[in-house]
Design a protein around this ligand. Structure first.
Ligand SMILES: *Cc1c(COP(=O)(O)O)cnc(C)c1O
Ligand code: SF4
Length: 370
C-alpha cells in the first residue's frame, strides 16, 4: 500500500533539531542558515540520505557556506524584468514560463529561485491565475506554456485541473508542459488520480528533476511509470553540482538509470549565479568533459543538452565539445569520439551562400548587475 503523500508531508523536516533523530551533527551552524534560507525536506527524501555530506545530504541540508557566498545575485536570470504578469516570464518568442506555486516538497539548496522558496514574493490566488491565463490568451504567438514554480504538483488536483483546462481551450496553445521535482522528492504524490487528470490535456509533457543515481528508487520509478503510462513524454533537467554529480561516472550512471525509468535526459544546467550557492558551482570545462565522456560512448538518448542560462536573462545557450577541426569550401575535417580524424567532402557552395566561418557578432551585451 502506497503511503498518502499528505501524511508524508506532515512529517517533513523543517527544524534543525529533527536532523538529530538520524545523524549526530552540530546543528548550530545549520540554525543560522535556516534563518535566512528556510529548510524543508520531505521525510521520503530525508530517508534517502545514507550518511552526512553524501549527495542527497548536500542537496537538502543547509550548509554554512550558503552564508559565505562572495558572489551571486538574488535573481540572476533577471526573471522579474521579463515578467508582464506576476509569476509569468515571457522571454522567448513562442513560449512562456508560468509559475503557479510557491511551495516544493523539498527545498533544494541550489535552487535558482532561492529568493522565493519558502518566503513567497507572490501570493497565488485564483485572480492571479486568471491574469496569467489572460496574458496567454491575448498573446497569440504563445504556442507552448510551461507550468513551473515552486512545484506545480504541490497544488491540489482540482487546481491543477482548472489551470490545464483553461489553458487547453486557448486555440494557439499547442503544447503544455509541467516542470516538477516531485517524482524525485515526493513520488507518492504521483497518484493514479492525478495521472487520470493530466492525460485529459494532451499534448502534455512533464520535465522531472533528478540529480543523482541514489534518487532513482522503486518509488520514483513507480511515479515516472505512472506518468509515462498516462502517455506523458518525460524529460529530465539536472543541474551540475559540485560534490554531488560533477564527474562522468556519476552522470553516466544517472542518465542511463533515467532511461530505464522511461525518462529522457533533456537539459544539464551549468549552475546559475544564485546568491548562497557558490559552493555548488563548477568550472564550465567540467560539464564539457562530462559530455565528451558520454557522446559516442553511450546511447544518444542518454545525453542531455548542456546549457548556461545566460546571466541577466539571455536565455539558455547550448555548449558542446568541438568535433569540427576545420571547415572550408571543399571539406570538413572532423574528429570522432575516440579522437580519430575523418573528412567529409562538401558540395560546391552557391554564389550567394554564406561562407563559414560565420562572422560572430561582436556585440557584447553587458549584464547590468542587480
Ligand atoms: C527554460 C525556459 C523556457 C523553456 O525553454 P525550452 O528550451 O523550450 O525548454 C521558457 N521560458 C523561460 C523563461 C525559461 O527559462
Ligand atoms: S523543487 Fe525546484 S523550485 Fe523547488 S527548491 Fe527544488 S529546484 Fe527550487
Amino acid at each position: 500500500m502506497i503511503e498518502d503523500w499528505k501524511s508524508i508531508l506532515k512529517e517533513s523536516i523543517t527544524r534543525p533539531e529533527q536532523i538529530l533523530d538520524k545523524f549526530n551533527v552540530d546543528i548550530n551552524p545549520i540554525k543560522s542558515v535556516v534563518e535566512k534560507y528556510p529548510m524543508f525536506i520531505s521525510r521520503y527524501y530525508f530517508d534517502l540520505i545514507e550518511e552526512v555530506e553524501d549527495p542527497i545530504w548536500k542537496q537538502c541540508i543547509p550548509s554554512p557556506l550558503e552564508l559565505q557566498d562572495p558572489y551571486g545575485y538574488e535573481d540572476p536570470l533577471n526573471e522579474e524584468e521579463d515578467s508582464p504578469v506576476p509569476g509569468l516570464v515571457h522571454r522567448y518568442p513562442d513560449r512562456v514560463l508560468m509559475c503557479i506555486s510557491n511551495s516544493c516538497a523539498t527545498y533544494c539548496r541550489f535552487c535558482t529561485r532561492k529568493r522565493k522558496v519558502g518566503k513567497p514574493l507572490i501570493s497565488f490566488s485564483k485572480d492571479l491565475y486568471l491574469a496569467q491565463i489572460n496574458y496567454v490568451r491575448e498573446n497569440t504567438s504563445i504556442r507552448d506554456v510551461l507550468l513551473s514554480g515552486g512545484d506545480p504538483f504541490m497544488l491540489p488536483d482540482d487546481t491543477i485541473e482548472l489551470l490545464l483546462k483553461k489553458l487547453r481551450v486557448i486555440p494557439h496553445v499547442e503544447i503544455l508542459r509541467i516542470g516538477s521535482r516531485i517524482p524525485c522528492t515526493l513520488p507518492q504524490r504521483v497518484t493514479p488520480r492525478l495521472c487520470k487528470i493530466l492525460k485529459k490535456y494532451h499534448p502534455l509533457y512533464v520535465n522531472v528533476h533528478f540529480e543523482h543515481p541514489n534518487e532513482i528508487t522503486e518509488e520514483s520509478e513507480r511515479a515516472c511509470g505512472l506518468l509515462a503510462d498516462a502517455g506523458i513524454p518525460l524529460g529530465n533537467q539536472s543541474v551540475l553540482l559540485r560534490g554531488v554529480n560533477d564527474n562522468p561516472e556519476t552522470m553516466k550512471n544517472l542518465f542511463q538509470k533515467l532511461l530505464k525509468i522511461r525518462v529522457k535526459p533533456y537539459y544539464l544546467f551549468q549552475m546559475d549565479l544564485v546568491k548562497g550557492t557558490y559552493h555548488f558551482r563548477t568550472r564550465v570545462e567540467v560539464g564539457m568533459k562530462i559530455l565528451e565522456a558520454l557522446i559516442g560512448w553511450t546511447s544518444g538518448l542518454a545525453i542531455p543538452r548542456f546549457v548556461i542560462d545566460a546571466p541577466g536573462g539571455g536565455g539558455k545557450i547550448p555548449l558542446q565539445p568541438d568535433y569540427i577541426l576545420s571547415i572550408d569550401d571543399e571539406k570538413v575535417i572532423l574528429r570522432n569520439y575516440e579522437g580519430k580524424i575523418y573528412v567529409y567532402p562538401q558540395i560546391p557552395a552557391e554564389e550567394k551562400e554564406e561562407r563559414i566561418p560565420l562572422k560572430i557578432q561582436q556585440k557584447v551585451v553587458k549584464w547590468r548587475a542587480i
